[in-house]
Design a protein around this ligand. Structure first.
Ligand code: KG4
Ligand code: ZN
Length: 336
């Protein structure tokens, strides 16, 4: 089954062709960073206008790379939400038009489910159910109990900033250009993670929730202090990163202590972080639990993960191309 995926929930104009939820024949992402960089963050109006300008070419590009024609597609999949409304509507309108014109099934996908199915792409073994998913991106940070492709529940979520947001804001405090997450990752490689003891916030004993705004604030106060002004930025970056990852790994441990899981999936943009990846690999080896982290190109927003989710969720994801609408606040729980 060959599915065209379309993802425009934020600032990446992404298309992909995926076979049977696993084999990526093409994955195209037109990064808009250059248009947003001078504002230090994503400007929604610019993002939606860029999607309008780029999406048709991105669909053609994916088809060309996969060497297939529109008529060879078995279905179209699109991100319905959550995300920026002005961005989502561009992808949803294009997918509706294609599905209607080609008379092919249309599947509407939750962007966050897409991040989970990124772990199924381009590999021989799929994560066995039930598994725990740690989803850490710029917009979301949550722990998900995944029973099957269509039964998944959020068991912990951030109370304030997402992990990627904390990375981006802290990177900005360190004077790194946008988007800061990957740059902070690179800077931290030369630093000492034990140089500064930043707080490890864990809201309310007994929940699996996360909180990162206090950490970001304490880095800010530190950098404003006399000691902070003299500090080595690489040490600050490494110490910040150690605090984020300690909290994430402690939550993973608590979730595993509560539930029977056969694997750990780590996904979302922050899963591309080199230190998080090495900590997860060490955890996996010590616990003898398989860990699945998508390659970096599938950790950050992409359309292959949307096509993969559509394949696995097709019993519940089919929608009518005439009535589908984008939903910027789409709830996480699948409507089974
Ligand atoms: O999943 P994603 O592409 O978009 C959302 O759905 O939010 O995640 C983007 C986030 C940004 O905050 C970015 O700084 C962060 O992921 N990120 C990283 C790294 N690569 C991307 N954070 C830390 N280390 C990285 N290597
Ligand atoms: Zn995302």
């Amino acid at each position: 089954m060959t599915i065209l995926g379309i993802e425009t929930s934020c600032d990446d104009t992404a298309t992909a062709i995926v076979r049977d939820g696993r084999d990526v024949l093409a994955s195209v992402s037109t990064n808009q960073d250059a248009f947003h960089a001078k504002y230090g963050g994503i400007v929604p109006e610019i993002a939606s206008r860029q999607h309008v300008a780029l999406l048709s070419a991105a669909v053609d590009d994916a088809l060309g790379r996969a060497e297939i024609a529109l008529r060879d597609l078995d279905a179209i999949a699109v991100t319905r939400g959550p995300g920026l409304i002005g961005s989502l509507v561009v992808g949803v309108a294009a997918a509706k038009a294609l599905a209607f014109a080609l008379n092919k099934p249309l599947y509407a996908i939750n962007h966050l489910h897409g991040h989970i199915f990124a772990a199924f792409l381009d590999r021989d073994h799929e994560p066995p159910y039930p598994f725990l998913a740690l989803l850490v991106s710029g917009g979301h940070s949550q722990l998900v109990d995944v029973r099957s492709a269509t039964s998944m529940h959020v068991i912990g979520r951030t109370r304030d900033d997402a992990a990627g947001e904390a990375y981006d804001k802290t990177a900005r405090l360190l004077g790194l250009p946008y988007p800061g997450g990957p740059r902070l990752d690179a800077l931290a490689r030369g630093g000492n993670p034990k140089a500064h003891a930043f707080p490890r916030h864990r809201p309310d004993i007994g929940t699996l929730d996360l909180s990162f705004s206090g950490l970001k604030t304490s880095v800010r106060y530190f950098l404003e202090s006399d000691e902070g002004k003299r500090a080595n930025p690489a040490d600050v970056a490494a110490s910040f990163q150690a605090a984020v990852i300690d909290v994430l790994m402690a939550r993973v441990d608590s979730a595993f202590a509560r539930g029977e899981y056969r694997a750990l999936v780590v996904s979302g943009g922050v899963a591309a972080n080199s230190e998080l990846q090495s900590r997860v690999r060490a955890w996996s080896a010590a616990r003898n639990v398989p860990a699945f982290i998508p390659p970096p190109k599938y950790c950050t927003d992409n359309a292959a993960m949307i096509a993969a989710a559509a394949y696995h969720q097709r019993p519940i994801a089919r929608v009518d191309p005439l009535t589908l609408s984008a939903d910027p606040n789409l709830p996480f729980e699948p409507a089974a």
